[in-house]
Design a protein around this ligand. Structure first.
Ligand code: ACO
Length: 319
């Protein structure tokens, strides 16, 4: 009998503090109109002092577990995708495991920047399909505001904080239909935080981005991965019910929707209220559309992301 994985429950969490475009006008030389027209972003949530990546992850994870009607001790695999861990080590996954009061099974982080959740879901799917694990908690959690240079108008308007989670369980029917991961380290100079232990400095770890070039690569690459995903499953564009994209920029999202011939009503868009929450953005968007009743059981969703590395990937899901 084939063994598959399927999403049993979703959850998400946003910190209470909201920063609007108008408030950003007081910080840097920008305007609400510029930000909305170029990115679609109106506001974003930010952590306050004392809030951590593992704390956001815990809140999202508990909601996903409740939606799946499972207790934390029924989990046997925990993966956290994050670019902004609480500390160098232990991993945020280990910190989350402890917060949830569980232990004694595999827990680790995945670092693939904005594609992190797609990578994490793919890895969890493969663990479950191999038969070694039955129930995975997969979380994307970020405190991007802590690696943003709040004096750089080209990047500080783009990012936000939050977390999203799914519980993935073993199933006889898919579930996850296919996953597609890729990366190319040759583009590191276009999008990076040039700071870290190996560089001998950890101070001022700020995002640097050549936005225009990233934008062009993202649109081209996401168009290609969508085609590859459909071809691998012998599906046509009309078989897709929902696009649940990484939320970086409404113009990138519109370009991918056009590639799929999907009207924007079939695209989950949260970038306006969340900004770019990196690895948290897809599970945040998924949970939003599951809870408001748009995404229904049995529908086919494509999730896709592009981010620093460059990394990119997609997951095709029968929800
Ligand atoms: N407010 C006002 N003006 C601004 C701002 C701002 N916040 N930021 C930049 N500008 C100015 C620039 O200085 C430039 O001025 P100039 O023409 O006088 O030189 C002008 O606006 C145009 O700048 P561009 O960078 O060409 O603007 P663009 O249309 O490309 O939009 C943006 C910039 C929104 C960043 C876009 O390039 C983008 O979304 N890129 C992709 C970002 C992304 O998807 N990242 C994904 C991964 S993120 C991750 O992995 C962590």
């Amino acid at each position: 009998m084939n063994r598959y994985s399927r999403i049993l429950g979703t959850g998400s969490y946003l910190p209470e503090k909201v920063l609007t475009n108008r408030e950003l006008e007081d910080l840097v030389d920008t305007s609400d109109q510029w930000i909305r027209e170029r990115t679609g972003i109106r506001e974003r949530h930010l952590v306050s002092e004392g809030e951590t990546c593992s704390g956001l992850a815990e809140a999202a994870a508990r909601r996903a577990l409740a939606a799946a009607e499972l207790e934390p001790d029924q989990i046997d695999l925990l993966i956290v995708a994050t670019t902004t861990p609480d500390q160098v080590f232990p991993s945020t996954a280990c910190l989350l495991q402890h917060r949830l009061g569980i232990g004694g099974f595999a827990a680790f982080d995945i670092q693939a920047v904005c594609t992190g959740f797609v990578y994490a879901l793919s890895v969890a799917d493969k663990f479950i399909r191999s038969g070694t694990h039955r129930c995975a908690l997969v979380v994307g959690s970020e405190t991007m505001s802590r690696i943003v240079n709040w004096q750089d108008r080209a990047t500080c308007v783009l990012f936000g904080d939050g977390a999203g989670a799914v519980v993935l369980g073993a199933a006889e029917e898919p579930g996850i239909l296919s996953t597609h991961l890729s990366a190319d380290g040759a583009y590191k100079d276009l999008l990076q935080v040039p700071s870290g232990v190996g560089m001998g400095r950890c101070e001022d770890p700020y995002i640097e981005m050549r936005g225009n070039e990233v934008f062009r690569m993202a649109v081209t690459t996401l168009g290609r991965i969508v085609d590859e995903t459909l071809a691998a499953n012998r599906l046509s564009k009309s078989d897709i019910d929902w696009l649940v994209p990484h939320q970086a920029n409404i113009r990138i999202i519109r370009a991918t929707a056009k590639k799929l011939n999907l009207p924007m009503e079939r695209v989950v868009v949260t970038v306006g209220e969340h900004g770019n929450t990196s690895s948290a953005s897809i599970p945040l968007a998924l949970d939003t559309a599951v809870r408001d009743g748009r995404i229904q059981r049995g529908e086919t969703l494509i999730m896709e992301a592009f981010g620093g590395g460059f990394t990119w990937g997609s997951v095709l899901v029968r929800y």
